[in-house]
Write a protein that binds this ligand. Structure first.
Ligand code: HEC
Ligand code: HEC
Length: 319
């Protein structure tokens, strides 16, 4: 009988298969590999109030082992939404593009404790909304996509993850970091004093290197206007909300280096520019009380006042 070669033994194929499985598991199963760890943590010198002990990140030695898997999946969706919830995302963004460090970074749209506050009255919806509805609205607006349906795994995983972020927080606790609209009224430059052309100059100087000059995603960082970005019904489409985010979070390379005034000027530039249209805007603010910085709302402004000013100043919008 001739000697069998190694590749003729069944054991060899078993080994090959096991190797293949191991590679697959390593590439897909490692938690949080989507996180841009290379970007490192960001300091937030502007964070107001006493520092909150954020829960140890993803110490999934969970309180509730039954939920642990769902929480883990929720975290993966949060970090890499276009990959793990592709059907529902209409741009390239992940939840983590705006809620940094998985939503645990104080002052950067931190979500710790937030789940406990729902159901809550939402002036934009004109009624009380559940956490599920709030998350669905993130998909519709910030991700310019579709809402994962009630009862879907994607929604449940995210609910479990976002709820998990409230571990150790009590329901009545005041969340200092939960400032939905970050530029306080006393610090706001009135809308008619904002100069989108000045904002454009700042953008070119401080942002374009990463986000690209055309904003359409020609940089390595996400698009900030055009088709592939948050739509005109999202939180960041409001000038002072966007300014608050920029003030703390951007430029990513030196966060908190913009002055309050500069953050508002850049926000005025970005929110002067075209972005995807959210068709549900007509149903928003049914009470009629539309905030003045909701510049894309035709119920409020026939034409976006910042866009009009940019045009007047001879600002062609993009390259
Ligand atoms: C383009 C930026 C952006 C993206 C992407 C984004 N969000 Fe948000 N999110 C915001 C902003 C801004 C707010 C708060 C301000 C507002 O909407 O008025 C917010 C609010 C929230 C809230 C409510 C916070 C509170 O205090 O009540 C939750 C929960 C939330 N987001 C979860 C998510 C999840 C989950 C995803 C991904 C499916 C996501 N967000 C994607 C910008 C974003
Ligand atoms: C060093 C590169 C870099 C610079 C400079 C920078 N950004 Fe960003 N920015 C990023 C990255 C990367 C993200 C996505 C964050 C993530 O995924 O962790 C981001 C996210 C954002 C977001 C939220 C997500 C989105 O795309 O809507 C906005 C808004 C934003 N940047 C605006 C600005 C503005 C305005 C400036 C200039 C003041 C700026 N950025 C400067 C890299 C940068």
């Amino acid at each position: 009988m001739p000697a069998t070669r190694f590749y003729q033994r069944p054991g060899f194929y078993f080994l090959l298969f096991a190797l293949f499985l191991a590679v697959l598991l390593l590439s897909e199963g490692v938690p949080f590999r989507g996180e841009k760890a290379s970007l490192g943590p960001r300091e937030n010198p502007h964070a107001a109030g006493p520092p909150h002990e954020f829960p140890a990140r993803f110490a999934l030695a969970a309180q509730d082992p039954l939920k642990a898997e769902s929480i883990q999946l929720g975290a993966e969706i949060f970090y890499q939404t276009p990959k793990f919830a592709a059907k529902y995302v209409g741009n390239g963004l992940s939840c983590n593009s705006c809620h940094f460090q998985g939503g645990t970074q104080q002052g950067m749209l931190g979500l710790v404790g937030v789940a406990l506050k729902y159901p809550e009255f939402d002036p934009r919806a004109g009624r009380t909304v559940t956490l599920q509805e709030r998350l669905q609205s993130c998909f519709l607006r910030s991700l310019n996509g579709r809402a994962p349906p009630d009862g879907s795994a994607v929604l449940q995983n995210l609910v479990d993850y976002v709820s998990y972020l409230s571990t150790g927080v009590s329901k009545d606790q005041h969340l200092e970091w939960r400032a939905l609209d970050w530029i306080p009224a006393s610090e706001r430059t009135p809308l008619d004093k904002l100069d989108p052309a000045a904002g454009r100059a700042l953008f070119e100087q401080k942002c374009a290197a990463c986000h690209g000059r055309s904003g359409g995603g020609d940089g390595w960082a996400p698009a900030l206007w055009g088709d592939k970005t948050f739509n005109d019904g999202s939180g960041l489409a409001r000038v002072y909300t966007l300014a608050g985010f920029l003030y703390r979070a951007m430029p990513l390379s030196s966060p908190s280096s913009l002055s309050l005034e500069q953050a508002q000027q850049v926000a005025a530039y970005l929110d002067a520019l075209p972005r995807p249209i959210f068709s549900g805007k007509a149903q928003d603010y049914p009470g009629g009380d539309i905030p003045s910085d909701a510049v894309y709302y035709p119920q409020k402004y026939l034409e976006n006042p910042l866009a009009a000013r940019l045009k007047l100043e001879g600002g062609e919008v993009a390259d």
